[in-house]
Design a protein around this ligand. Structure first.
Ligand SMILES: NC(=O)c1ccc[n+]([C@@H]2O[C@H](COP(=O)([O-])OP(=O)(O)OC[C@H]3O[C@@H](n4cnc5c(N)ncnc54)[C@H](OP(=O)(O)O)[C@@H]3O)[C@@H](O)[C@H]2O)c1
Length: 254
């Protein structure tokens, strides 16, 4: 992917992986718009990085997605890259799932409906550009589920599949379709401290950026890169081992 001269929308770009990508894109001569639910968080990111543009949008809501795209096309008619990065992760014990459906549905709306609908809304625009791109941030759990985050893992598998179809459908256009599959990375995903033992954010993002520069289309890192090359049998065994390990270390899982 050409890493200079783009106009890039990054959902969930005010923190974590989205912000780390946003900063690198700013440093390499791109215009970057970050979108997120919280105005304060967006403002805080902009204070640290004054060249960032911000737009409030809850990607789980259809109307807000429509408004985001309308505003984006009006204010940045040259936009040529969409980074679907916003996501949440919820631990769910399926045997003790007593919340209203809205609680579970929200994870699906943010992680699946958001990226699919935004991709579809922006495709006519991206297709008109000389070098359009869609970058979807899925997860190593797209390949091998984490049974303690069953809905999350399913949403990421869905995005992995959608990204493959999108790439095939766009193969005769100038739009590049890229998937980033992070392993555990030290961000606030799932709540502060949950991913503390994950890969350092800057090391992970530097490597991702280098792989983008090299033109890779499926970008894993460490364990998630390995998962891309495992057999189905090895993947199943890994999921079982990870679940047993989780249960051993989380006897209070509910
Ligand atoms: N960290 C990891 O270990 C890991 C591993 C694999 C995949 N990933 C994926 O990487 C992506 C980024 O996550 P992260 O680790 O950087 O976590 P993060 O720091 O929690 O970032 C997630 C971002 O998404 C935004 N967001 C959440 N719900 C939203 C909504 N409804 N509308 C708009 N924005 C929303 C959040 O901002 P607001 O709350 O202000 O809206 C936040 O800025 C996610 O898709 C995640 O699934 C992360």
């Amino acid at each position: 992917m050409e890493l200079t001269g783009n106009t890039i929308l990054i959902t969930g770009g005010a923190s974590g992986i989205g912000l780390a990508l946003a900063v690198r894109f700013l440093q390499t001569g791109n215009k970057v718009i970050v979108a997120g639910r919280g105005e304060e968080r967006l403002k805080a990111a902009q204070k640290l990085h004054p060249k960032l543009h911000t737009m409030v949008c809850d990607v789980s809501k259809e109307q807000e997605r429509l408004e985001l795209v309308a505003r984006l096309l009006k204010e940045f008619p040259e936009v040529n890259v969409l980074v679907n990065n916003a996501g949440i992760q919820q631990r769910v014990n399926l045997l003790e799932a007593n919340e209203d459906w809205a609680h579970y549905q929200n994870e699906i709306a943010i992680n699946v409906e958001g990226p699919i609908h935004l991709s579809m809304l922006l495709l006519p625009q991206l297709k008109k550009q000389k070098k359009g791109a869609v970058i979807n941030v899925s997860s190593g759990l797209a390949i091998r589920p984490g049974a303690w985050v069953p809905i999350y893992s399913a949403t990421k598998a869905a995005i992995h599949s959608f990204t493959q179809s999108l790439r095939l459908q766009l193969s005769e256009t100038d739009v590049t379709v890229i998937e980033i599959l992070p392993p555990a990375v030290n961000t606030d995903l799932g709540g502060a401290g949950v991913h503390q033992s994950g890969a350092p954010l800057d090391e992970f993002t530097d490597e991702v950026f280098e792989r983008l520069r090299q033109g890779d289309l499926e970008i894993g890192y460490g364990d998630s890169e390995k998962r891309l090359h495992l057999s189905g049998k090895e993947t199943d065994l890994g999921a079982k081992e990870a679940w047993e390990n989780f249960k051993k270390n989380n006897s209070d899982f509910q």
